[in-house]
Design a protein around this ligand. Structure first.
Ligand SMILES: [Zn+2]
Length: 318
């Protein structure tokens, strides 16, 4: 009875708005019907709880870790037009939620570069610079409903990044052995592991890499366990820190998951994230592609504020 009362039309409307950008699994654990009650339930509960006290709805999104170090995919180690488009999109979701529910919603972008930078080949200085520029970009575009939170915020005043990671693993992580056992058992952990290995492998093979492909693959397989371990630890820390927040993810989620997989761009149609690619503007439409693909298509690099920003391509002029 209480639950029925909590399922207000407004809460459902807010959820539908977010679900319009749901990132779903291509097959397997998909929903029987849409809208899907099992998928709605965990998020609707959080949204209605926030509304019951007139609070801003908190949306926790682990994302925007750092730019991929593979310069065949990205143009620099700093946020560029690709991030800007995604940030504008997230702010626009908040603008639309505010129209439905005036206290609105707020994204807490939980930048996880510090959590596994050492495993993905991104130095801590690059993680720091990426976050600094991301915050500056949010400020510049006036995205007042976007916050950034990372491991540095858990350890204010501390400079030792390795110690922060060690603390995270000690207090929040499962053992590497148990991650390996899960992967070995197959199923969902195995597919996550394979996806992670592919990303790590590709990211190593940028221009300037001098090792063999076999060595890169071995290294990627080794590191993938650590990335999974720390990502999950980061998720546990976030759950503790933001218990009332709707938990979002950039990865597709199975039906009924406590996380909601969402897209980061209105026009997103692939798997690429802003930090694994570049923005290409073609006759007004912005898409994310790998840098090497933009260049192969003959797109022209555009600089903004003295830095490489994005590519433009005209279908009319070729
Ligand atoms: Zn479902």
């Amino acid at each position: 009875m209480v639950e029925t009362a909590l399922r207000s039309e407004v809460a459902v409307a807010v959820l539908r708005l977010l679900m319009a950008y749901q990132r779903q699994l291509p097959s397997g654990d998909t929903c029987r019907e849409l809208p899907c009650a099992a998928c709605d339930e965990p998020h609707l509960r959080k949204i209605t709880a926030a509304m019951a006290t007139g609070r801003e709805i908190q949306l926790v999104l682990p994302a925007f870790p750092a730019k991929s170090p593979n310069r065949a995919k990205t143009i620099s180690h700093l946020p560029d037009m690709a991030e800007r488009v995604a940030l504008e999109f997230l702010q626009s979701l908040c603008d639309r939620i505010e129209r439905l529910y005036p206290p609105g919603a707020r994204f807490v972008i939980c930048s996880d570069g510090r959590v596994f930078g050492d495993l993905i080949g991104v130095p801590d200085e690059a993680v720091t610079a990426y976050r600094r520029e991301l915050v500056a970009m949010i400020d510049q575009i006036g995205a007042e409903r976007l916050d950034v939170f990372d491991l540095d915020d858990v350890h204010l005043g501390v400079d030792d990044h390795a110690a922060m990671r060690e603390h995270l693993v000690t207090h929040y992580a499962q053992s590497l052995e148990s991650v390996r056992a899960e992967v070995k058992a197959g199923d969902k952990a195995l597919s996550i592991y394979r996806g992670m290995t592919r990303f790590l492998f590709e990211d190593q093979l940028g221009p300037g890499y001098e090792g063999s492909r076999a060595a890169a693959l071995r290294e990627a397989r080794r590191r993938a366990y650590g990335v999974i371990q720390r990502s999950r630890a980061w998720g546990s820390l976030l759950a503790e820190r933001f218990p009332d927040a709707v938990r979002l993810s950039i990865h597709p989620q199975p039906c009924g998951a406590d996380k909601l997989g969402i897209l980061l761009m209105e026009t997103a149609d692939g798997w690429l994230t802003p930090w694994h690619g570049v923005a290409v503007v073609t006759d007004g439409r912005t898409e994310l592609v790998k840098r090497s693909d933009a260049e192969r298509l003959g797109a022209t690099l555009v600089r903004r504020g003295g830095r490489p920003s994005h590519y433009v391509l005209s279908r009319l002029t070729g």
